[in-house]
Design a protein around this ligand. Structure first.
Ligand SMILES: Nc1ncnc2c1ncn2[C@@H]1O[C@H](COP(=O)(O)OP(=O)(O)OP(=O)(O)O)[C@@H](O)[C@H]1O
Length: 255
């Protein structure tokens, strides 16, 4: 299933936050959205997930979600959003039972996603017993459990230290390489974007318009952190964003 934004603009009251966005999220690809604070990245993600509607324009789903998809559009948030009183498996079983999936089918799904996210030994742990990286693995496992057509990820690694971010990026690359998924990945971090994005959408400061869409052909599992071509792409992205980020900073100060 593909997602499309066509001619999307949005106002909150008198404030124009998004202007004239046309964007496709192709099946089996990770599309990163980068841009300065307040440019409308999370708002776009809410439109894509159907949580909110744009003032102008169309958000559409093209094609069908996988037949066994339990929740076609699933979010992963920066703050993990785990229930502290439920174990790792309890957090995952809850979203399954919310969709009527229980018993042996739920057990099989939970075992599968825990194995894929290297959490099998932690199924009985409570969130407070886990590091930040492990908590985010649980959130990713929970999202994968519903076999989404599109994963909507809002700064999923921002709350983590840099080493943990590296490990989680490796995990996401491994997960995608073994079973390609479709994702929209909002981030401030350009290193994450060039590591994980097949397509990187650079937004201007508010109102967010598309400055450029950068495609990266290097397969995800061949991308290395010191790769000169990726560094060039990252520098190019930063050159696009720098003036916008500075101007956005000034706007925040003056708000
Ligand atoms: N529900 C709302 N009501 C009014 N204004 C809103 C609402 N949600 C977001 N905004 C404003 O819309 C603009 C875009 O917000 P959004 O959170 O989408 O930006 P962002 O690019 O994700 O920001 P950041 O990078 O800081 O997370 C901001 O100016 C924000 O204050």
């Amino acid at each position: 299933m593909e997602l499309r934004l066509e001619g999307v603009s949005h106002h909150y009251g008198d404030v124009e936050v998004i202007r004239n966005i046309d964007l496709a999220i192709p099946e089996g690809r990770i599309v990163c959205i980068v841009g300065p604070s307040g440019c409308g990245k999370s708002t776009l993600l809410r439109f894509l997930g159907g949580l909110e509607r744009p003032t102008v324009g169309r958000v559409s789903q093209v094609g069908e979600p996988p037949a066994d998809s339990i929740n076609p559009l699933t979010y992963v948030f920066q703050d993990f959003a785990l229930l502290p009183w439920r174990t790792v498996e309890g957090n995952i079983s809850l979203v399954l039972s919310d969709h009527g999936v229980r018993g042996a089918r739920a057990e099989a799904i939970i075992a599968d996603v825990l194995a894929r996210t290297k959490l099998s030994d932690f199924r009985k742990a409570l969130p407070k017993q886990l590091s930040g990286g492990m908590k985010q693995r649980v959130a990713i496992a929970r999202a994968l459990a519903v076999n989404p057509a599109v994963l909507l990820m809002d700064e999923p690694l921002s709350a983590l230290d840099s080493q943990t971010r590296e490990l989680l990026m490796d995990d996401l690359v491994g997960l995608w390489t073994r079973a390609p998924f479709t994702a929209v990945y909002v981030t401030h971090n350009l290193a994450e974007a060039v590591r994980l994005g097949h397509r990187i959408v650079v937004l201007s400061r508010r109102p967010g318009e598309i400055c450029e869409i950068v495609e990266i052909d290097t397969p995800l599992n061949e991308r290395r952190s010191a790769d000169p071509a990726l560094e060039r792409t990252q520098n190019h992205l930063w050159a696009l964003m720098r003036a916008e980020a500075e101007a956005a900073d000034m706007e925040l100060v003056n708000d």
